[in-house]
Write a protein that binds this ligand. Structure first.
Ligand SMILES: CC(C)(COP(=O)(O)OP(=O)(O)OC[C@H]1O[C@@H](n2cnc3c(N)ncnc32)[C@H](O)[C@@H]1OP(=O)(O)O)[C@@H](O)C(=O)NCCC(=O)NCCS
Length: 466
């Protein structure tokens, strides 16, 4: 008989508070430690760590805040705590200190696979630690078991007209999951502040687990590709997502999704989707409401919708210039875009000042799996030309490609050609980063966000004599 591990009184309380579906669970030592158990150990330490940082540095200043920053979309303004990842302008993203190649090397993989499993990335985002293969497998199974949608949410999705953009359908469905929120229920029942993270953790796990069924249902409804298969509880998250979309038999596509979800998961806290989720969560709106709001931000063309825009732009370029255009023709097309008052989609970034390592990771995937694809070649050709044109045009601070310049080409290659759906896949991925931070925000007692705003009149008066 498996022996039971003895839990402390506070761990027991945490375990109970956070498990709405099962009143109480026993933990056998033969099973790997769960993410929630590990979190319960880490949270008290992190609370002390934050207390110490605030005691020592709390009154120190990051630097000046300029009027230009207030008018300029708060670029570079230090204003948020975000633990999962940090973005360096030159180097790109690091997830808990690890670069994308380091994550590819260190995180657990599927048997026979070479890309990291997003389950492992989520564990890393939440704990700062690399999980074991057994822990990742347990997470795959847990998500598969939580994946079913309430019937009314299925009906809501089915009632959306196919002409409604998939991102709007996605946001509606995620928001409706609030009906099942463990946190909203616990709050109504008077849960203590220090226990908030437990039901928020449960909601975040449910949120991530249910996204493949939401995405798959929207995809099949909108693009008419038949009945949704059941989740396979023996398979990993990316396989199930691929299978729900109708691509379960393409192992390379499943590998692509593993990489895709990993690299799109998190990009520190200030981007529109991440910040929106954190902001809405700070009002103690549950994770479904908070992430629904994130999705509405992700649906904007300057943010997540850019992956759709890139493909549209590439297709228009191809139909105008043919399959193998000359460099001169491509250069002319890019200039036409700029002269038409439009942005070159997939290029530029609010923080990055070099080629996005997420672009590079996808390029390497393409070099391995589809080196001779004509659209991939066109993307590579644009990479050699667009930065030069953007530099010459002289406006964009970063002329290099971002993540969105590449993703659509890979999806198209495997037959997922419906570009209106691309941002939904970005959304599935972004849930990982937002969820990790929502859990920590509630664990650390993050307060309601409330920055100060000024009118132009007030700014003029404030600096009138300075
Ligand atoms: C991502 C993006 C919104 C960042 O915006 P930002 O931080 O304001 O960027 P910058 O400070 O470099 O912008 C300065 C000027 O260059 C322009 N610019 C930036 N990137 C550009 C691009 N790819 N094509 C054309 N113009 C661009 C801006 O529109 C801005 O013009 P304005 O002064 O007339 O308003 C911007 O680069 C962009 O629109 N890129 C295309 C959309 C995209 O790929 N989005 C996905 C981002 S991950």
């Amino acid at each position: 008989m498996a022996s039971l591990r003895v839990l402390s009184r506070s761990q027991l309380r945490i375990a109970r508070v956070g498990l709405p579906h099962t009143a109480f669970r026993c933990y056998a030592t033969s099973k790997p430690q769960t993410l929630k158990e590990r979190l319960a150990e880490l949270i008290p330490k992190e609370i002390d760590n934050v207390k110490a940082i605030r005691a020592e540095h709390g009154k120190k200043a990051f630097g000046q805040v300029t009027v230009d920053q207030v008018y300029g979309g708060m670029r570079g303004l230090p204003a948020l705590l975000w633990d999962g990842s940090v973005l360096d302008a030159e180097e790109g993203i690091r997830f808990r200190g690890k670069t994308i190649p380091e994550c590819q090397a260190e995180l657990p993989k599927a048997p026979g696979g070479s890309e990291p499993l997003p389950e492992g990335l989520f564990w890393l985002l939440v704990t700062g630690e690399v999980p074991t293969d057994a822990q990742v497998k347990a997470l795959s199974q847990e998500w598969a078991h939580r994946a079913a949608l309430p019937e009314f949410v299925e009906e809501i999705i089915d009632r959306c007209p196919p002409s409604l953009h998939p991102m709007s359908q996605f946001s509606i469905a995620v928001t409706a999951l609030n009906h099942e929120s463990a946190f909203a229920k616990a709050y109504q029942e008077g849960i203590s502040k220090k226990d908030y993270w437990g039901p928020v953790f449960e909601d975040c796990m449910d949120l991530i687990a249910k996204l493949p069924n939401i995405a798959g249902r929207i995809y099949r409804n909108v693009f008419g590709s038949g009945k949704l298969p059941a989740i396979d509880t023996s398979k990993d998250y990316s396989y199930n997502l691929a299978n729900l979309l109708g691509f379960g038999d393409k192992e390379a596509f499943v590998e692509l999704l593993r990489l895709y979800i990993t690299i799109h998961s998190d990009h520190e806290g200030g981007n529109v989707s991440a910040h929106t989720g954190k902001l809405v969560g700070s009002a103690l709106s549950d994770p479904f409401l908070a992430f629904g709001a994130s999705l509405n931000g992700l649906a904007g063309p300057l943010h997540g919708l850019a992956n759709q825009e890139v493909l549209l732009w590439l297709m228009k370029m191809k139909s105008k210039l043919g399959d193998a255009p000359t460099d001169e023709a491509v250069r002319g097309y890019i200039w036409d875009t700029l002269n038409g008052g439009q942005v070159v989609p997939g290029y530029g970034h609010a923080v990055l000042r070099k080629t996005d390592p997420r672009y590079t990771a996808q390029r390497e995937f393409a070099l391995k799996h589809l080196p001779n694809d004509s659209l991939f070649k066109l993307v590579g050709q644009i990479y050699n030309i667009a930065p030069e044109v953007l530099l010459e045009a002289g406006k964009a601070k970063n002329p290099w490609p971002n993540v969105d310049a590449h993703s659509g080409v890979l999806l198209t290659y495997y037959g997922l050609t419906q570009m209106q759906f691309y941002t939904v896949l970005f959304g599935v991925s972004r849930a990982f980063g937002v969820a990790a931070q929502l859990i920590w925000d509630r664990a650390l007692g993050a307060p309601l966000e409330r920055p100060k705003s000024y009118s132009s009149e007030a700014i003029k008066k404030m600096f009138a004599n300075k």
